[in-house]
Design a binder for this molecule. Sequence first.
Ligand code: HEM
Length: 486
Amino acid sequence: MQNLIGEVKKMETMGNLLILFPASLCLFLFVALLNVFYKYWWIPHRKRNHFLSGKTYLSWNGVRALLLITDPDMVNEVLKNSEKAFRKPKASYFFDKLLGDGLGSTESEKWARLRKLAYYAFHGESLKVNHRHSADEMYERFMLLLFSCLLVTWNIYKLDTFLQNMIPAVVASVETMLEKWKSKEGKEIEVFQEFRLLTSEVISRTAFGSSYLEGEKIFDMLMKLTVIAGRNIYKAEIPIIRLLKKREAKVVTGEADNFGRDFLGLLVNAYHEADEKNRLSIQDLVDECKTFYFAGQETVNSLLTWATLLLAIHTDWQDKARAEVIEVFDNQNPDSEGMAKLKTISMVINETLRLYPPISGVIREVRLGTLVLPTHSEVDMRIIALHHDPDLWGDDVDLFKPERFADVIAEATKYNAATFMPFGLGPRSCVGMSFTIIQAKIALSMILQRYTINLSPSYVHAALQRLTLKLQHGIQLLFHSLCYDA
Ligand code: HEM
């Protein structure tokens, strides 16, 4: 009897195997066929941009119809949004999981409240640093400046503290990175990862007043969250609450008399706001921190990477930029006064942002009242297409020519702000623009003061659009120390 049962079990297992094996083989073949169909038929035949008229194309990504606009006048109209018909689309599942309902995705009153806080925290230096803007931007800047002046009157100390703290904090972060480079002198350095750590440290120190290690942990978690959100599997928490509790504890124990003057301090203040209407919830606070950790790092990392690559290739511009830095700062660390004098560095930064805009396009949906027209369709403004349009920039559009930005940006863009818009345009434009420019100027100046930059023979050029414009295999550079010690 036992033998019989054993035999039946064996047959069952064999039977299962006989069914399972062909079934998995069929599944495998089906997936492979689907893949081939998607790659060789769907993408070439369906996911194509259809020319409509002028500089407008219609595209379909399988879920939504996208109206691709590369005409600067139209882009201006959509992004200025004076008729209030174009809104940010609802965040995708991926971004919703990654960043929550922060400043970048929220709308209406909550957006206005968060924007005011962020503007206040990240725009202080626009009063001091003279970064040049187009005519439209100048108008906007003027209005923002007026707004800033009101804020300054509201509380002058906070702005001063911001100015005093930010530049030394960025300088200290760059010093930490350069200290590490001393041991790698003349050897290949993959700078994308280096700049990732640098930008993590800068945002940790300036916006969240936390140590590098704490910042690094948060970034680690964010990177994991990116992967996890991409796979739609788990939920991960980021140790932002710990930073919040630390601030609160300092006030409770009497170690500090307020929650701090940086961005986190402003958020914690808003979390404790007596007026319920203006109070931030704990979820709002966490989402806002995630938004700024993410937006403040990936984008600046991309800018610094492309800028050093271009300087390594165009050594004439590298020499010019270095001469300027030495003239302005000698061998001293950058300060706020000298920053405004860095004309060549500004030109290099602008030309880098033109050729390789970290964010290559922005999307809006069309709304009339509560109606979204037509459903599942969006307007996509291709920043990268505008920046590479020979009608706007001339036949040498693909060449690295920082001299395009020798005069005011308005002239380079023929007085149309949408011709050059790496930071977006209109009310939803980037709140971290001045912060980015300061960081980039400081980092590039300090590197140029100490090193010559050359491309490593192992570098392989492969641009990749994944959230931001990146290099698929990173960027390998050789840094040789200059004779003097900066
Ligand atoms: C090279 C650096 C950067 C680039 C190229 C960049 C680009 C942009 C662009 C194109 C937008 C507009 C998005 C849209 O219209 O849909 C934007 C918005 C935004 N950026 Fe940046 N950004 C940079 C750095 C930063 C930094 C350092 C921060 C924070 C510290 C930041 C925070 C934000 C936020 C919060 C928004 C949303 C603003 C709103 O919706 O009101 N960005 N950025």
